[in-house]
Design a protein around this ligand. Structure first.
Ligand code: ZN
Length: 217
């Protein structure tokens, strides 16, 4: 299964991708994670990337393609993958087609109000990357990670202003992609979220059921 997971920022793409990874044994490729690693490890390229990320803008095409090509080349022959957070533009989708074939689109349908609510209360562990939420997934001790005791921080792009900008970018640049893949007759599996406290498990199970039914898993 070679899949792309689509959905607005904060739709839970990472959460769903990691659960599908566990249950289906596929690899997940998140450009967001690759960028964050890059910012830590490669000061020069990292600084360029960070400027874009912090402003809620897209990282330049050539940089992403380079990073992605490297990552895809490390996947063993015959193993499936889920791309999370890429492609985001038509230009990127076409570049991706030149690198690999895509079997299925996993689409997360989440309303804007829910995204803004969820992201502006998100906190992340500086040490292990665990994700919390100050409203419905609180750590036991304020500002401290349950798993490792690390300190929690708010990503600089997780504030309402930047979130709205990111949703706007998604709307303008990513949504035409769905049309593009539709026209290419790539099948879609759509998962809808309607409330803030909806647990991911039933949604993941339904996704897998649908993927199996269509022989992708
Ligand atoms: Zn932690």
């Amino acid at each position: 299964m070679k899949a792309i997971m689509f959905g607005p920022p904060g739709a839970g793409k990472g959460t769903y991708a990691s659960r599908l990874k566990q249950k289906l044994g596929v690899e997940t490729i998140a450009t967001g994670d690759i960028f964050r690693e890059l910012i830590k490890e490669d000061p020069e390229l990292g600084r360029k990337v960070r400027d874009y990320v912090e402003k809620g803008l897209l990282v330049p095409h050539e940089v992403v393609v380079e990073v992605l090509k490297q990552r895809l080349s490390k996947i063993p022959e015959g193993k499936g993958f889920i791309l999370d957070g890429y492609p985001r533009t038509l230009e990127q989708a076409k570049a991706l087609e030149a690198v690999t074939k895509i079997d299925v689109i996993l689409l997360l349908d989440v309303p804007d109000w829910l995204i803004i609510e969820r992201l502006s209360s998100r906190r992340i562990c500086r040490n292990c990357g665990a994700v919390y939420n100050t409203r419905f997934l609180k750590p036991k001790v304020d500002g401290v990670c349950d798993k490792c005791g690390g300190s929690l921080y708010q990503r600089s792009d997780d504030n309402p202003e930047v979130i709205k900008k990111r949703l706007q970018v998604y709307e303008e640049q990513t949504k035409p992609l769905l049309k593009y893949f539709e026209e290419k007759k790539v099948p879609f599996v759509v998962s809808k979220t309607t409330s803030l406290d909806q647990p991911p498990e039933p949604i993941v199970d339904k996704m897998i059921e649908e993927l199996k039914r269509r022989k992708f898993a």
